[in-house]
Design a protein around this ligand. Structure first.
Ligand SMILES: Cc1ncc(COP(=O)(O)O)c(C=O)c1O
Length: 351
């Protein structure tokens, strides 16, 4: 067989990113930080109402952009609709990172930051959370003195669950006016802490939000990238004309209108977290405080036995051992109190 024509060197150097999807159907899926009860019925009804004619034409974005902007408390000119956070990251990195540009990350964190930065051929500088999951503020500030092109941070962070206070984020933004600072707020609804209003003040701040987590629309792929209107102009210039499918737009619009669904789910997760945290404490399983809908725990040397035992009982958790180079780190998505009681019962039997 003849060889392929050349491709980008950065792609040849990359490892494929393959999350452990597959065989998840019917299980209690506590492995991807998704909404564990499903999306709002109003969002689902919006999908059902989609007409043949609407499916036949290219989607129009302006109305959804206006409505979502109102919900998020920004101007439509400060919002870019994307196919989830992944697409927002790809777009942002496409626009701001050139081959050889320096990108600063604090790991362990969401894998797609490194993925898109590597794909773009960036020079990636990695700092690390401490043993107690402390955010390395001083090393970050020192790295920013080298004027990287981009600094990316998840807040709260996945998988540590930690939250960087707004005062620290302000110091970072003020220290790095020549660096794009992307704050991924995928878990904002659970933490309640945001820097979104700051996009007016800091033209180098980018904020992402997603409909994949609290809103329960991960399967539809919809999210938003927020920035100063001058930056948004550039992102939209570089964006494909139809990045989000029409059903996803319709569902997102209804999802934000169903405030009751969101409120009740957030309350369920809050109580579910209390059930989980208390259960872990009773079993003396080390855990880290979390501001999100997941908790990082350390099963130590029994991680394999526990993960396999839970899997046999139809409960999936996310193995994060490779992130830490330490024995037993596992991430548990928080669900409803009943789901957490089921998990705790299973842990009691296995631990
Ligand atoms: C920090 C963080 N950002 C973004 C995402 C993915 O979001 P989306 O489904 O919108 O691409 C995840 C998913 O696990 C995440 O943990």
């Amino acid at each position: 067989m003849s060889t392929l024509p050349p491709v980008r060197r950065s792609v040849l150097r990359m490892q494929a990113y393959r999350p452990p999807l597959g065989n998840r159907h019917g299980a209690l899926r506590l492995d991807f930080n998704e909404n564990t009860v499903g999306c709002s019925r109003r969002a689902l009804d919006a999908l059902r109402r989609l007409t043949r004619a609407e499916a036949a034409v290219y989607p129009e974005y302006e109305r959804t952009r206006q409505r979502l902007a109102r919900w998020f408390g920004v101007a439509a000119e400060q919002l870019v609709l994307t196919a989830g956070t992944d697409d927002a990251l790809r777009l942002a990195i496409d626009v701001v990172v050139e081959p050889g540009s320096m990108v600063v990350l604090v790991e362990p964190t969401f894998a797609m930051y490194r993925f898109y930065a590597e794909r773009a051929g960036a020079r990636i500088v990695v700092l690390r959370y401490g043993a107690q999951m402390q955010f390395p503020e001083q090393p970050v500030l020192r790295a920013l003195e080298r004027r990287p092109r981009l600094f990316v941070l998840a807040n709260p962070n996945n998988p540590t669950g930690t939250l960087v206070p707004r005062a620290v984020l302000r110091r970072i933004l003020q220290a790095a006016p020549r660096t794009w600072v992307l704050v991924d707020e995928a878990y904002f609804e659970f933490s309640g802490v945001t820097v979104l209003p700051w996009i007016r003040r800091y033209p180098h701040l980018l904020v992402t939000r997603t409909f994949s987590k609290a809103f329960g629309l991960a399967g539809l792929r919809v999210g938003c990238l927020f920035a100063h209107r001058r930056a948004v102009e550039l992102f939209r210039r570089a964006q494909s004309p139809y990045p989000v499918a029409a059903p996803a737009l319709a569902a997102a619009e209804q999802a934000v209108r169903d405030r009751r669904f969101l409120r009740e789910y957030l309350r369920a997760v809050q109580t579910g977290k209390q059930v989980l945290v208390a259960g872990l404490q009773r079993l003396r399983i080390p855990q880290f405080p979390s501001a999100a809908n997941f908790v990082l725990v350390d099963f130590g040397r029994r991680a394999d036995v526990v993960l396999q035992g839970l899997c046999r009982r139809g409960i999936l958790l996310r193995d994060r051992r490779s992130d830490f180079g330490r024995v037993g780190f596992v991430r548990i998505t928080v669900g409803t109190p009943a789901q957490m009681r089921r998990l705790v019962r299973a842990l009691e039997a296995l631990w």
